[in-house]
Design a protein around this ligand. Structure first.
Ligand SMILES: [Zn+2]
Length: 495
């Protein structure tokens, strides 16, 4: 059996106002129904006016994913009945999406690259939020509606049915989130509903189908299995789990001789299962027609050129540059480019220290484990890129040892307040064993306490010097310079 997956991702755009009115789109944790007007309440006669900034952000996403941008923008009405949709239709784009035929590269765990084909990115508006409740006294069901979210700008990114596994779908969704955050077009926080993923999945017998113009076609008299679409997915890891569950469910049903039907199912995160919601509507059910209240908007080459200036260096290009210019390892590159904030932190610290590898090591090692342990972001740590650069340079000029730098870094990270790294380094230097007499005494003590190592060394096992350096470092409580200790030991041992 082959698994064939297409993914629809909705992203809420980071604009000040809503898609077709001037109400604020910052609805998170606001008093219900306080950000509304006749337009987003769907009152008769209210005329929608498209949000230019939202359209620019949609185009920006299209450019970042190698799409062709349409020469004009046309909106359509998508009709369906539900209390969260006050007009009875959603203003969306049907047959002429703003962005077409894009690509996104994802890196698979085996190191190979897979290209996910984007069919379209279109502009639309979000619906209101409904709360289904039960009356405490009568037990009757009722629904409350909050229209603050009604009309918030959304883009929908639709792939071709080209994704072959749950893992690939997860990696693709992660990449889309990463690109959106790099561009600053959306925070793409799935917990806040700013990013929603809806995979559609089908399983087909290997060798019985083929892809023709990016559509699944049967070979011979094979009858294609219908697909299911999964909704309500609240995290990227759940995208993978929901697909795995669906593939197994459909495979089991087929093996049990059941006939599959086209369905829309919901992901139940608590139970880790998908549940039947409804038989899937087809496009005809939505009775799409052109939105007559919004004139066609032309997109000129100059418009595209202006929007292009807002493109930033994207994760793939950054990764390539880190590899070629700095010779960093794949793991380090992945960590450093995971978010724009981390990449910018790294680049700033590198600019000041001139040492990419050490800077990368500090960030991907100690700093990153601190972030993970405390669930915080890079911009929340007390060590700023400037501090890290000073620390890196101090190690490189041998002003302090690597061990001492590590200690200072850990100390500063555990301190929430901003730190004066230079004074920490000065303190470390003053407590360092720089007095040659004191250090020589420690070397002598270490040699007398480790007679076997001395004998080994003299019999030619010179590697044992590392052990002796360690012994002296211990006596100095980590305050000695290991290179100096090694020199002194070798001198004493008569090398
Ligand atoms: Zn409004």
């Amino acid at each position: 059996m082959d698994t064939i997956i297409g993914l629809e991702i909705h992203l809420q755009l980071k604009t000040e106002s809503k898609m077709f009115c001037s109400c604020s789109s910052q609805y998170f944790e606001k008093e219900p129904n306080t950000l509304t007007c006749p337009k987003c309440l769907g009152l008769p006669g209210a005329l929608p006016v498209p949000n230019k900034h939202a359209l620019e952000l949609c185009i920006l996403m299209g450019l970042a994913t190698n799409c062709t941008i349409a020469k004009h923008i046309k909106f359509d009405r998508k009709h369906y009945f539900y209390p969260d949709l006050p007009k009875g239709y959603q203003i969306s784009q049907y047959d002429e999406p703003l962005c077409n035929n894009g690509t996104v590269n994802i890196k698979l765990p085996d190191g190979s690259t897979s290209t996910v084909l984007i069919e379209r990115i279109h502009q639309e508006e979000d619906v209101a939020k409904t709360f289904h409740l039960k009356d405490g006294t009568t037990g009757a069901d009722y629904t409350l509606v909050d229209y603050n979210k009604s009309g918030v700008p959304l883009i929908e990114i639709v792939t071709k049915p080209c994704i072959k596994s749950a893992q690939e779908a997860k990696l693709y969704a992660t990449k889309i989130r990463q690109i959106a955050r790099y561009l600053g077009i959306s925070d793409a926080d799935m917990e806040k509903g700013q990013m929603r993923c809806e995979p559609n999945i089908s399983i087909q017998e290997t060798g019985k189908w083929q892809m023709v113009d990016n559509k699944i076609k049967p070979i011979g008299d094979y009858k294609l299995n219908p697909k299911t679409e999964v909704k309500n997915i609240g995290s990227i890891s759940a995208v993978e789990k929901a697909i795995e569950y669906e593939v197994k469910r459909m495979t089991d049903d087929l093996q049990a001789g059941k006939k599959l039907t086209q369905q829309t199912r919901g992901w139940n995160a608590e139970k880790g299962i998908t549940e039947f919601q409804r038989s899937k509507e087809s496009a005809e059910d939505y009775r799409y027609f052109r939105e007559p209240d919004i004139p066609i908007i032309n997109v000129s080459d100059q418009d595209i050129a202006n929007i292009s200036t807002k493109l930033v260096e994207l994760p793939d290009a950054k990764a390539e540059r880190y590899k070629n210019d700095f010779g960093l390892q794949d793991y380090d590159i992945e960590v450093l480019t995971a978010s724009r904030d981390i990449a910018e932190y790294f680049e700033k610290a590198f600019d000041l220290s001139g040492d990419a590898k050490s800077t990368a090591n500090w960030i991907t090692g100690i700093i990153f484990s601190h972030l993970n342990k405390n669930g915080i972001e890079i911009n929340d740590v007390s060590i700023k890129p400037e501090d890290l650069a000073i620390l890196t340079k101090s190690v490189n000029t041998k002003a302090i040892t690597t061990n001492k730098a590590k200690e200072i870094l850990l100390n500063c990270l555990s301190n929430d307040k901003s730190v004066d790294i230079s004074s920490e380094i000065e303190k470390a230097q003053s407590s360092a064993v720089s007095d040659d007499g004191a250090l020589l005494n420690m070397v002598k003590q270490a040699l007398s306490e480790n007679e076997k190592a001395v004998t080994d060394y003299k019999s030619g096992k010179t590697a044992v010097i590392g052990f002796l350096v360690g012994a002296v470092m211990k006596l100095s409580k980590g305050n000695a310079d290991p290179n100096k200790v090694k020199d002194l030991l070798e001198k004493e041992l008569g090398k």
